[in-house]
Design a binder for this molecule. Structure first.
Ligand code: GRF
Length: 191
């Protein structure tokens, strides 16, 4: 995809509070490389929508996240799609249209601790229960299954003996916030 027309146009899919979206908005502000052009939420109450509005970014709330046509319309002007705290499965026809240009951030070291139901608190509780000495964040390409696409980059964090799911989540989230903007800018430079 050539992008003589300026920064790569990034759409961000969200469901929650949007701290990953916020780090992207901050990192891409005034960037000549990439720009968040739309934030698309699977639910109307997502705090991420308020972050988008504050940044002056167009928002869309999906009436039915399982409807491929609605999502394709919302993604019509996107060149790169980032799932940031997005909790719905992307319909296969949308995955196919954006293959190699749709990425997700997951709060664990895939391929471990991923898949259906592995989100938020559940991920970190499973990591602690496993006795793993490290965890971290993964950015991967999106395919038809949750958390299964090719891994692009990871950042590891230590698991501390006194960790709770909450303290581990906070340490992993800091890694996510470092990793995601770096990967988005790297990918955008190569588009
Ligand atoms: C993050 O841990 C992210 O990896 C996961 O959802 C959590 C919340 O993300 N997918 P955000 O604060 O809504 O960006």
């Amino acid at each position: 995809m050539t992008t003589e027309e300026g920064p790569v146009r990034v759409a961000v899919l969200v469901s929650g509070g949007g701290t990953n979206l916020q780090t992207l908005l901050d990192a891409l502000q005034n960037s000549p490389v990439a720009r968040v052009v739309r934030v698309i939420s699977s639910r109307p109450g997502a705090g991420a929508l308020e972050r988008a509005r504050r940044a002056g970014v167009t928002t869309t709330v999906l009436a039915n996240p399982a409807d491929p046509n609605e999502l394709l319309v919302a993604l019509r002007d996107a060149q790169l799609v980032v799932l940031a705290g997005y909790l719905k499965l992307v319909p296969p026809v949308v995955v196919a249209q954006f293959r190699g240009r749709m990425i997700n951030i997951h709060p664990a070291l895939l391929p471990d601790f991923g898949g259906p139901g592995m989100y938020g608190h559940h991920v970190h509780a499973a990591v602690l229960a496993s006795g793993a000495r490290e965890s971290g964040a993964t950015v991967h390409f999106v395919d038809e299954a949750f958390d299964r696409g090719d891994i692009i980059a990871q950042e590891k964090v230590r698991v501390e003996p006194a960790d709770t799911p909450e303290t581990l989540a906070a340490r992993v989230l800091e890694a996510e916030h470092r990793l995601l903007p770096r990967v988005v800018l790297d990918l955008a430079r190569r588009m």
